[in-house]
Write a protein that binds this ligand. Sequence first.
Ligand SMILES: Nc1nc2c(c(=O)[nH]1)N[C@H]1C(S)=C(S)[C@@H](COP(=O)(O)O)O[C@H]1N2
Ligand SMILES: [Mo]
Length: 322
Amino acid sequence: MLQDEITPEHLFWNRRRWIQAAALAGSLPVSFGAYRLFNPIDIDVVLQSELKNFVKSDHDSKHLLENGFAVGDSTSSMYDITHFNNFLEFTDDQQAVAAKSKDFRTDGWTIEVGGLVERPMTFTLDQIRTEFPVEERIYRMRCIEAWSMVIPWSGFPLAALLEKVRPTSNAKFVAFESLKDKSRMPNQVPGEVQWPYREGVRLDEALHPLTLIAIGLYRRELPPCNGAPIRLVVPWKYGIKSIKSIVKIDLVADQPVTAWNQAAPRENGFYANVNPNVDHPRWSQKTERRVGELLRRDTLLFNGYEKQVAHLYDGMDLNVHY
Ligand SMILES: Nc1nc2c(c(=O)[nH]1)N[C@H]1C(S)=C(S)[C@@H](COP(=O)(O)O)O[C@H]1N2
Ligand SMILES: [Mo]
């Protein structure tokens, strides 16, 4: 299950092959998403450097599957992962995020971790990269808009970061903020979402071993379109929760304001757990389109991570929007 055993990496990273694959995809519209018909050979993702500090998981693939650290479904291609994105700071056109974000600069990036903690800390990216051993997690990503992918993230548990700063006993939630800088994120215009993009989870959700801070995918640094240089991934929740390009993490006592809950609370609950039994006000959540596949798939409760996370919600009614 480890990526170097199953992925012929040169196929993803040989630029010529990649372009050929994209061209082929464009000539086979029946088996691919319709968006490719209109956007067949558009290679605008700048290839990022390889990550160091990789750890091999000491579990076998059976344990990876049991923990939810890997999935049985096949991994989405680099092309799909980087050419259908939600990143409203750049554009609301999912197919144009790659092109609009490709020159996004992340040098000098820092992440400030504070609030109700014993040891507030500010990390540079280099510190993050050396401090935390990076592992591969192959997760489903299910957007609230009913599309999905399978993404091989490179990252480390958020719990490892929180351990360093030592949350105090008053801390009950974790609040996240993306970069706010209109000169680098040109679509930070007045609209539904108030900038910066903000997200939050309960502290026990934050400490769950599935909750990941990702700094890469396919063992490369994160491409801008996927939230460079550092983002959250909470695989059992709708994609809105997996906030990109984080600059600030705060431990807080009360449920924090989140961008989409604030913008449209009837459509986006604070919890936003993937749930096929609770429809979006404007569409069903029972099925999803896996990007790159023809037939729709059934959406799974907690995005297929029920065994790992259902206990976090004991006593909550799973047929209610929350
Ligand atoms: N800062 C920020 N983070 C964000 C978003 C965004 O618009 N801005 N979109 C979210 C949504 S709706 C989804 S589905 C995922 C998509 O992640 P991906 O493009 O890497 O697949 O990012 C989430 N994180
Ligand atoms: Mo989303």
